[in-house]
Design a protein around this ligand. Structure first.
Ligand code: SF4
Ligand code: SF4
Ligand code: SF4
Length: 485
């Protein structure tokens, strides 16, 4: 018998199926398979929820860079102690559980949930909730010190931590417990609105991680709900007066402030208080503006814009993925700045070669020492403005002609980092298992940042902490809760 119809043709897929991971459904948050595809030079996540259908999201706008970045995946270093057991599987056993592949380079303590802004974009969904007590923070710090052994960085955050009446005591407490670097993550408003308090902040000397999204009121109206451009400039000047090392932290959103990234870099280089800029494409968790998950801002795009908006002061090859976490999470560069001349370190030293863990070369001294210094710089625990960072920079550049002779080196090193925190669309368990940024919960667990914000930990812990506070207040006045709390 012969067929009279057309022969069915095979179809070619529209993408390269690159790998399989686990993700979550953006609607119901249940754990589902995530397929990573390479298409038209981009990296996409495609996934299907049995209840909500197919989803697609942009993970990276540079497929080649994404694939090549895997060589920077450094073998992890485990914490001294894990805090939970493996029971339900990742991401439900945080943490850290024994399946986790890396210790915590940087730990956040969210001391409150309230804020003096109500940003339309706020992954922490700031609002009524709790203020931690000194006793709670002490317990959390003790747990972190116990599990880390030699804790590197604690960042006090919120809500808006400067509203907490005991924040400065907490900064001192962290230092007394041996935390090497203490940061305060703030919108900065109290620094200019309460001069007496900012004097005290100056004496406490934390590194300031300052929300600073651009120079236009329109940008702040969209991201922060208020026209803050002038006030933000005054905050940076005040931090200069107080001689506090400052990192500008810019949230970058499509169609809002992408055009300001170059100016942010230029401003940071020129301002005496600023040691670096940290760009964070908007994390679409908590509160956020409406967005198209297939048209998100990702790390390569921020880097490309920095290059085009600074006339090539920094270019793509100046940025190297961070090896301590998953290399797709963050890229950093450092430059030496002297008399307005900017020299990115990767232009004079082949950082790439040293941080390539696939080739796994063994180095003789002093190259091994340089590699070690670079690992310290390309880490979430590196703190721009610190002496330890300056020492690593000096060591890494010891074989090259950077004319680094002065004792004020820490203030001449400028850092740019670009971090892409995951949301429910881009959530990738493979990255999460190597996360090196954790939020310490009041019960002492360390929960990787992107798990905390995406799979229910934030909501659960906020409610439990709020109820605990209600209970202890009622006990203090000798009453019990009518709801049995
Ligand atoms: S993210 Fe890490 S700590 Fe949390 S469940 Fe997964 S492996 Fe364990
Ligand atoms: S993003 Fe920061 S400043 Fe804005 S509401 Fe949230 S906690 Fe407050
Ligand atoms: S916080 Fe998220 S983006 Fe950052 S290292 Fe951890 S998993 Fe990666």
């Amino acid at each position: 018998m012969t067929s009279t119809g057309a022969i069915p043709q095979k179809r070619t897929a529209d993408s390269v199926f690159y790998e399989l991971t686990r993700s979550i459904c953006p609607e119901c948050k249940q754990l589902i398979d995530g397929q990573v595809h390479l298409k038209d030079g981009k990296v996409l996540m495609r996934k299907r929820c049995p209840d909500h259908g197919w989803f697609e999201a942009l993970m990276s706008s540079d497929a080649e860079g994404y694939v090549n970045s895997l060589k920077y995946n450094k073998p992890g270093t485990y914490p001294v102690e894990f805090q939970t057991e493996v029971k339900d599987g990742c991401p439900y056993d945080c943490g850290l559980c024994p399946e986790h592949k890396q210790h915590t380079c940087l730990a956040l303590i969210e001391v409150n949930t309230g804020c003096n802004l109500a940003c339309p974009t706020c992954f922490a969904n700031a609002g009524p909730g709790y203020n931690l007590t000194m006793e709670q923070v002490e317990f959390m710090l003790d747990q972190f010190v116990r599990t880390e052994g030699d804790p590197e960085v604690v960042q006090f955050s919120g809500g808006e931590p400067t509203l907490h009446p005991q924040l400065l005591e907490m900064v001192q407490m962290a230092r007394d417990k041996g935390v090497r670097h203490v940061m305060v993550n703030t919108n900065g408003l109290r620094i200019v609105r309460d001069r007496e308090w900012s004097e005290r902040l100056g004496q406490a000397r934390p590194m300031v991680y300052l929300q600073f999204d651009g120079f236009e009121d329109e940008t702040y109206m969209k991201l922060r709900g208020e026209p803050l451009a002038d006030e933000k400039l005054r905050i940076v000047d005040r931090l200069g007066e107080l001689d506090l090392d400052t990192i500008l932290v810019a949230t970058v959103e499509r169609g809002v402030n992408e055009h300001e990234v170059g100016r942010l870099v230029q401003f940071g280089i020129e301002h005496p208080a600023v040691r670096g800029v940290n760009f964070q494409p908007v994390t679409h968790t908590g509160r956020h503006l409406p967005f198209d998950p297939t048209d998100r801002v990702t790390i390569p795009e921020v880097i490309e814009r920095i290059g085009s908006q600074t006339d090539g002061l920094f270019v793509k090859t100046d940025f190297v993925p961070v090896p301590c976490c998953h290399p797709g999470c963050q890229s950093i560069t450092y430059a030496y700045v002297e008399d307005g001349e900017v020299t990115p370190l990767p232009r004079v030293l082949n950082v790439d070669d040293y941080l390539d863990y696939i080739t796994n070369r063994t180095w003789a001294e002093p190259a091994e020492e340089i590699k070690h210094a670079l690992e310290g710089l390309w880490s979430s625990s590196s703190v721009p403005g610190s002496e330890s960072l300056a020492e690593r920079f000096a060591c890494a550049s010891c074989n090259i002609d950077l004319a680094i002779t002065d004792s004020d080196l820490a203030k001449k090193i400028f850092a740019i980092s670009v971090k892409d925190f995951m949301d429910a669309y881009t959530f990738d368990v493979k990255k999460l298992m190597k996360c090196c940024i954790g939020i310490i919960s009041p019960d002492g667990r360390t929960i990787p940042f992107c798990a905390y914000n995406n799979v229910g930990y934030r909501e659960e812990i906020r409610e439990a902490t709020r109820l605990e506070r209600v209970k202890s207040r009622l006990q203090a006045v000798g009453r019990s809760s009518p709801t049995g709390v």
